[in-house]
Design a protein around this ligand. Structure first.
Ligand code: HEC
Ligand code: HEC
Ligand code: HEC
Ligand code: HEC
Ligand code: HEC
Length: 441
């Protein structure tokens, strides 16, 4: 089957999904033919036929499939997240404060999902995987989308919840299979739950392609697993996301929304130096990536980190220098940037250009995010007005984490300061005269 456009100009079918569905149908057909043959041959009761058919049904997999389909958990009616809370209170509290618990019922998701370019089932398949969208192609518009955020059904409010991750075919997915757990509820052995693939079923997927109808053929929008595999290939002995994100079974699974975690993920250093011969103030700003299992920041392509450096006089007035092309070129040759206008801003980020959206002959956009344990130095130099001799100057650097850029923030009705957080600050003051005198000795 080929892709076709519906009236709204959106593509409603695409290759992989159609292929998957038809393979499944072929299997069902073969099973049905075999079973019907057996029935005629041996006169087995109809009840047993149904049992055999059910046994031949594909079990709903533990692993997620990048948003192609919702999760079918088939939980008994009494199993709600609140029911799990009765015996797993601490885990419930941790999960309640996590982003997983807010994955669909939040303003950002509402604005993005209702955007004319986005109104598709596959968003819900990851952000609220118990969505009743089984019969839909991932690129189709979910039913009653416009009233979804006023009716707020239970599965939307719950987001990525206990049932999503832990329940299949009416049983609890278990990696341990302890007797104690088996007494409390029926278990299904699922070692996959303890592996990186479990997380990356939702944490790695492609950008929507501008050039192909199926929306799943751009480069990675989130590349957690790919980056994690790279991290391991550098000789790091960590084999799961869980080791960092679920220490001691912690279900908060913190990320960019946790300033505490960000502080541990990256460091900042500032060195201020006065060169009296050249009459130059030199500033080295070092940003250091920590022991993180992927690029920093990981996750969504629109997250980024920036470092803002400024140079001021004793009264807090920002300094400037005059143009000097010769000096600029000389400094550039030794890896330094001649700065005339402070503050200076550097961004460590990714962006989605034509190449990333699937256009083969376009140029890729640079990915300037930090690598784990990378040490990156921004080297600045500037001249000082001779009239300032004898006065102190102060350099300051601020390392910021951005949930998103300014234009996205505006769409989500945020002020720019609401979507950034200060991770680290560094400051150093130097007395120009003292430095000059000491070097004259
Ligand atoms: C009546 C109490 C009770 C309820 C209700 C309950 N559990 Fe449990 N659960 C237990 C006990 C007891 C264990 C074994 C000790 C432990 O791991 O805490 C367990 C273990 C587990 C395990 C670990 C299994 C393994 O072997 O790896 C998971 C996962 C789990 N429960 C999930 C859930 C979920 C999800 C719900 C809600 C649908 C739930 N439980 C409801 C009592 C309960
Ligand atoms: C995003 C997926 C996800 C969600 C949501 C989630 N869990 Fe888990 N849970 C896991 C994973 C992964 C493990 C660890 C499996 C392993 O490595 O053995 C786990 C482990 C557990 C265990 C085993 C004991 C322990 O301390 O590690 C229990 C019990 C449990 N979860 C209960 C719950 C309950 C109750 C909820 C809802 C409040 C919940 N989980 C929500 C993924 C999830
Ligand atoms: C069913 C899909 C799904 C699975 C499975 C899943 N996640 Fe998530 N996760 C999400 C979504 C959706 C968000 C974004 C929620 C938001 O911010 O709105 C998220 C957010 C996160 C964040 C960011 C939290 C923050 O504070 O910024 C981390 C970290 C994370 N998940 C880790 C994990 C780990 C580790 C696993 C595996 C044990 C896992 N997730 C499994 C869907 C999933
Ligand atoms: C060695 C530890 C480590 C491992 C392994 C690891 N992470 Fe992380 N992760 C971190 C730290 C620290 C941060 C906070 C810095 C950042 O945002 O990148 C983070 C951040 C994140 C975020 C939030 C990104 C953001 O800024 O919004 C997500 C999502 C995430 N990790 C998912 C994963 C997944 C999925 C895996 C496994 C494939 C994984 N992580 C493996 C340490 C780790
Ligand atoms: C394959 C799973 C998957 C699909 C499909 C998906 N997302 Fe996400 N989304 C995630 C994960 C995981 C994160 C969190 C990563 C992080 O914290 O950096 C996220 C983050 C987001 C955020 C930022 C949340 C915040 O408040 O910071 C928004 C908004 C969002 N997604 C909307 C959408 C929309 C709209 C669609 C459909 C067009 C969509 N997502 C499709 C997994 C998915």
């Amino acid at each position: 089957m080929s892709s076709s456009r519906d009236d709204s100009g959106r593509f409603t079918r695409f290759g992989i999904f159609t292929l998957m569905a038809s393979t499944r149908n072929t299997l069902r057909l073969i099973v049905t033919v075999l079973v019907v043959g057996a029935v005629i041959g041996s006169g087995v009761a109809a009840k047993e036929v149904i049992a055999i058919l059910n046994a031949a049904r594909e079990p709903s997999p533990t692993l997620f499939n990048y948003g192609l389909a919702p999760a079918i958990v088939s939980a008994p009616e009494a199993w709600t997240n609140d029911s799990c809370k009765e015996c797993h209170a601490q885990i419930f509290e941790q999960w309640s404060t996590s982003r997983h618990a807010k994955a669909a019922d939040n303003d950002h998701f509402e604005v993005e999902l209702l955007d004319p370019g986005n109104r598709q089932q596959y968003c819900l398949n990851c952000h609220a995987p118990r969505t009743p969208g089984e019969a839909l192609f991932p690129t189709q518009e979910p039913a009653e989308l416009d009233s979804l955020f006023t009716s707020r059904p239970e599965w939307l409010r719950a987001g990525v919840d206990c049932l999503t991750c832990h329940v299949r075919d009416g049983k609890i997915l278990a990696t341990q299979m302890t007797d104690e757990a088996a007494v409390a509820h029926p278990l299904l052995h699922a070692p996959e739950l303890g592996r990186a693939e479990f997380c990356s079923g939702c944490h790695q997927f492609a950008l929507k392609s501008l050039y192909f109808p199926d929306n799943f053929r751009g480069h990675f929008q989130q590349a957690s697993l790919d980056e994690f595999i790279h991290f391991r290939s550098e000789g790091n002995d960590v084999s799961t996301c869980h080791e960092c994100h679920m220490d001691d079974g912690d279900h908060r699974m913190s990320g960019g929304y946790s300033n505490e975690l960000l502080k541990s993920a990256v460091d900042l250093r500032l060195d201020l130096h006065w060169d009296p011969q050249e009459k130059l103030v030199e500033i080295d700003v070092t940003v250091e990536g920590g022991y993180v299992g992927h690029r920093i920041p990981g996750g969504e392509w629109f997250r980024f980190v920036s470092v803002v450096t400024t140079l001021e006089d004793a009264n807090g007035r920002v300094l400037t220098a005059s143009p000097n092309e010769v000096l600029q070129q000389r400094l550039a040759a030794s890896g330094k940037t001649y700065v005339m206008q402070w503050p200076r801003r550097e961004k460590m980020r990714r962006s989605a250009g034509d190449f990333e959206m699937g256009k083969m002959d376009a140029d890729p956009r640079p990915d300037t995010r930090l690598f784990p344990e990378e040490s990156r130095v921004y080297r600045y130099a500037t001249t000082i007005d001779p009239g300032r001799a004898g006065q102190p100057v102060r350099a300051r650097a601020v390392l910021l984490y951005h949930l998103m850029g300014a234009s996205k923030a505006k769409r989500f009705h945020h002020l720019p300061r609401d979507v950034m957080s200060i991770v680290h600050e560094a400051e150093e003051t130097i007395d120009l005269q003292d430095a000059a005198r000491s070097s004259e000795k």
